[in-house]
Write a protein that binds this ligand. Structure first.
Ligand code: ZN
Length: 215
């Protein structure tokens, strides 16, 4: 009965993909009973931008984890213009840029190049307490300030992965490069398959202060 109810809820909610595949280490969504402190001026302005852009979200309580990992001023996206898998905590600026990239880059590019909307974005997640590969520096993922995007499904069922499509047929190659360059105009750091071997199968977008960098 409970499972049936969940499936029914999924059928009713276009954004159901957003709740798929929760990772264990992401901060728990805000509890109904938990009262959040008033947002800082910056956060209030960012949340206002999200609402104005039509993005639906829940504020998450500030969390500090071990090894300097943290999720401060983060949100859980509920509706951002395309169902997106594996979204955990995201800082508000990251969430806002992602929403804009979906609306201004992803959907127009899909419409123009394939005549279809994107109906699913697959990600490897947002928050994850780890260092940048091969360094002692905390990754922006450890601050809920980065997202790794791996694949896109079009309304007609075509699935385009960064891993195959980056050097795939011409339309997929051009589509993925358009998504990448559009991201470079919106995020601080954008890494793809040409950046290094770690990114052979996904785009990394973050809002850290080490940018701008686009590769
Ligand atoms: Zn990443």
């Amino acid at each position: 009965m409970r499972i049936g109810g969940t499936i029914l809820l999924c059928l009713l909610l276009a954004s159901c993909g957003l709740v798929d595949g929760r990772s264990d280490n992401r901060p728990a969504p805000q509890q109904r009973t938990e009262r959040l402190p008033a947002p800082s001026a910056d956060l209030r302005q960012c949340l206002g931008n999200l609402s104005r852009d039509g993005v639906e979200y829940t504020r998450l309580p500030d969390r500090n984890f071990s090894r300097g990992c943290r999720a401060i001023g983060a949100v859980q996206l509920l509706q951002v213009g395309v169902p997106t898998r594996n979204l955990g905590a995201m800082t508000c600026p990251l969430a806002a840029r992602y929403g804009r990239w979906v609306r201004e880059v992803l959907q127009p590019a899909a419409q123009r190049r394939f005549g279809e909307q994107v109906t699913l974005v697959e990600t490897f997640g947002t928050y994850s307490c780890r260092n940048i590969n091969g360094s002692g520096r905390l990754s922006e993922h450890g601050k809920a300030n980065a997202i790794d995007i791996s694949a896109f499904t079009l309304a007609g069922g075509r699935r385009i992965t960064v891993q195959e499509g980056w050097r795939g047929d011409r339309r997929e190659r051009e589509f993925l490069r358009e998504l990448h360059s559009g991201a470079c105009e919106r995020f601080e750091i954008v890494l793809g398959p040409d950046a290094n071997a770690d990114h052979y199968n996904h785009f990394h977008f973050d809002m850290g202060d080490r940018g701008p960098y686009c590769r």
